[in-house]
Ligand binder design. Sequence first.
Ligand code: ADP
Length: 204
Amino acid sequence: MFISFEGIEGSGKSTQIQLLKEFLNQKGLNPVVIREPGGTQIGEKVRDIFLTKTNEYFDPLTEVLLLYSSRKQLDTNVIKPALSAGKIVIADRFADATIAYQAYGKSVPKDFIAQLHSDLEITNPDLTFFIDILPELSKARISDRESDRMESESIKFFSKVRSGYQACAKDAERVITIGGTDSIEDIFVKIKEAVAKKLNVSME
Ligand code: ADP
């Protein structure tokens, strides 16, 4: 079972992934947790290129190709083997993020990304949690972080990304939208319920 978490910066993905990981560990289900871009030796190098600030114009199509080179490595070397071994994989962002950030945020044609995704035979998540917050709250929550290249983007950009995520949620049944302003505990109850239902395990 492959679960992805999506949302703009500061929406609470890492917080919820940590809680879910602990919950599943207690059940002896020990999930494999991955992050994008990255998660393989080559992917972590791509992550470095991707997130490091540069004065050079960073073409959004270059972004897509870098993301997909990292994603392909991750899928081949980590996701597919883990799923074949019956493990649960939890991803901190996956392909929906490319639609949200590069298609909606930076106007790369959505069809190009969808075609690349399909041609590369990338695994699709079974369940996706889109934790939705306003861009203003995102900025406030991440204000004490040393921002990387993506986190330095404007509120206007994050509004476009958010609308991209909302479109993904509308298009795909696997996506569950959760309001990110509820308490950490309340959000986790919803996530736990959805995962338990999908896995057919008890929530206690
Ligand atoms: P992300 O991984 O999506 O960037 P984080 O999980 O790192 O987000 O959360 C960003 C910040 O917001 C952290 O300081 C975290 O403690 C806080 N936070 C996360 N979820 C909530 C919530 N539901 N309510 C209030 N603060 C939250």
